[in-house]
Ligand binder design. Structure first.
Ligand code: 5GP
Length: 120
């Protein structure tokens, strides 16, 4: 089932480069690439290379503390790399009411335009 913790998603194919993507950052733990349907001039997805049951933030456990920190820290690094010096937004959609569509945790990094609040 799509919500099974170990079920692969399209993001596994992106990490493995079976599906091409516009990669902006990669290290041993984290992969980041441009969203195919950008909601802002900069729209990047930051994901763990190994999902380890982390389909979404609601499934986080103590063993995920390090990777969760790395995902957010990578968002900051990429924001700097992208020149988002006047501000940016990070978003994690979770579950159906959060509009999550891919069940491999990902941080959205959005910038390059004025963001609004509340987001709607
Ligand atoms: P969610 O709605 O789960 O928070 O975000 C999933 C994001 O993945 C969406 O913004 C969607 O545009 C993006 N996405 C889905 N499939 C692909 C793909 O094949 N390539 C890229 N680059 N982005 C994708």
């Amino acid at each position: 089932a799509p919500s099974d913790a170990d079920a692969p998603t399209i993001f596994d194919k992106i990490i493995n480069k079976e599906i091409p993507s516009n990669v902006v950052y990669e290290d041993d733990k984290v992969f980041a690439f441009r969203d195919i349907n950008p909601q802002a001039p900069t729209h990047i997805l930051i994901i763990p290379k190994v999902k380890d049951g982390l389909t979404g933030l609601s499934k986080a456990e103590e063993r995920h503390f390090e990777i969760l920190g790395r995902l957010l820290y990578t968002a900051k690094l990429i924001a700097k790399q992208e020149g988002l010096d006047d501000g940016f937004r990070v978003v994690i959609n979770d579950g159906p009411k959060g509009c999550q569509s891919v069940y491999h945790i990902h941080v959205h990094l959005l910038g390059g335009r004025q963001m609004n609040w509340p987001p709607g």
